[in-house]
Structures are given as C-alpha cells and as structure tokens.
Design a protein around this ligand. Sequence first.
Ligand code: ZN
Length: 362
Amino acid sequence: MGTLYKNLKDTRGQSIDILIEGDTIKKVSPLIKGNYREYTFDGDTYVSPGWIDCHTHACDFYPPYSSDIDEIGWRKGVTTLIDAGSVGILDIDRYYEEVKKYKTNVFSLVNISEIGLKELDELKDMGRVKRKPVEDACRRYPEFIVGLKVRVSASIVGENGVSPLIEAIEWNKGIGKKLMVHVGSAPPRIGEVLEAADENTIITHCMNGKSNNLLTEKALLREAIARGVKLDVGHGSASFSWEIAEKYREKGLRPHTISTDIYNVNMKKGPVYDLATTMNKFLKLGYNLEEVISMVTKNPAKYFGLVGRGELAQGTKGELTLFKIREGSKKLRDSHGKEKELKGYIEPVGVVMGEKYLSLED
Ligand SMILES: [Zn+2]
C-alpha cells in the first residue's frame, strides 16, 4: 500500500511526489502513479527532510530550561530534537522512558555533570563530573545518546575555567561521539576553548554578542574550523547578535547548523519562538533557501550521526517538513533587542511522520 504525498516543491523549486511506506521513503520523483492513499498539495508547498533542531531543551524536568517536547517539536515543524544537556546521568534512564510518550523524535547530548540543568552552575563542583557512569550510559543508549554536552562560561564553571571541557574531550576520545560545548562569558577565554576543541567538537552559541565572542579570536577560529570543529547557532535568549552574524558573512565564515536553544520562556516571549524564526534570520542575512534547509537537515544529521535522516531519498526515514514561503513581512529580533524586517519568510504548514500527515494549519 503506502501513502503518496503529491504535488510538492523541493527547495530548488522542482515539482515532486513522495511515496512513503510504513516509516520509510519508497520513492522520490515527479509524478508517481499507482494505487496509494494520497494527499495532494497545491504545488506551492515546499517539502524538505524533517527539520532537526540540534540545540533544544526538550525536557520538562528542570524549569526554567524546560519545555513540552511536541510543542517545540512537530507543532513547530520540527520532527527531530536534540536535547542539549538538560539531563545528566542521574536522570538519563527516566528521560529515555519519558521521550517515548511524544510523536517528535528526541536524542540526547548528555550533560557531563551528573545533575544536568537541575542547578544552573552544574560545573562549579567537579565532584559532579564522573567519567564511568557517562561512558556506561553511552553504551546503554547507543542511539539515543548522540554525544556529550559541556557548558563552559563564567557562571557555570566558577573557578574551573576550561578544565571541564578538557576533561570532556578526553572522555569523548574513548566514547567516539560528538561533544557540544556552550560558550559565553569568560572564564574560560574563547581562545582556550578554540585551542582545546577537536574534530568531534561542536561549538554552540557561535554568534553570541558577548565580549568573549568567537570573532575576537579569528585566527584560532579558522584553525579550529580547519581541524574539523563545527559551529552551531544555539540562538537562545542571549546568544544571537545581528552584528556578529553579519561579521561572519563579511569574513567568509558560516555556521554549520542552525538551532534554537529553545525552552518555554524564549518560545513564548521570544526572541526564539521557534526554529523557523531562527531560519528566517539566516534568509535575512543572505543565505539562500537550500543553505538554510541544509543547516537544519543534512548537516545536523551528518554531524550527530542521525542515520537515515536529513535527506530525501529512497530508504531514508519518512519524515518530512512542509512549508510555505509567505509573501508578507516579518520582524525578527535578536538577543539584544535589535530588529530587522524580512520580506518573504518561511512558515511550516505541516509535517509527515511516516504515513501520517500532521497539519499545522487547523
Ligand atoms: Zn542550551
């Protein structure tokens, strides 16, 4: 049998039909014919692989950095969320069970501090940073845990500076997954972070406008990128600056992944709202639609090892995001309150999860 999603448009504007059977894409091609259950669209609806937001707080254990998974997930056009360190090993088993209740896919970057974000200075006491239980958890959940998260900025690490990051990089050599590092105010100085980062490190909040931002060490930043270090946006309440983002363009630098650092408060009150809003900021900066979509599909899937996700091809996951390019204008505010206006913006209208179409329009 199977379900056919007809008369869609890919990011290059080509007309396309997609056939899904169970949870797998069977065919991607113009004008598929056959005896299938059909959803026919208006020819003006774009389709991409299901969006992946690789820095979120997809967990309701520890307010304020908490949220309802489906509310920040498929209801915002995002089929896959990566939780970035909300949870440490003390709660990872409970979290693994919890995420099964939701339609949205969830993966975890486990916090190297055993308490996760239960307290917001989780790395002040290195007694909370225990190697063996983290390694065991990574073995116990080889797919669910896609890597480690370490937050190194002044209020979190206290006197410990860059040492939690050095520690995490060392562990991760044995674990062989990804390591997302949050940066902010010093200590540690951004130069120390850039020097320590290895090819499995992804630096999030890469466009923050704090005085310790990445562009203050451009030579070290370029060296890190050349070594394979990746940059993630992680917009958040305090970590996206129009000014810094524009400087990236001027210097020929770019992030590899677009993500939100979304949780309840910055979803409801902004400036984050949802992944599409952050994507729209990159359209405004001059990135084209294909580039923006890659940064929420192909790139995060590749860097975090989400096999079968991030591309539209036979045999990959039947997870799609459908969206429109609206003609009107939208005001887009950064973390410093600076506003820009974009004409022609992305708005998700539905997601496909296997043979189910979930509309966002009614
Ligand atoms: Zn975060």
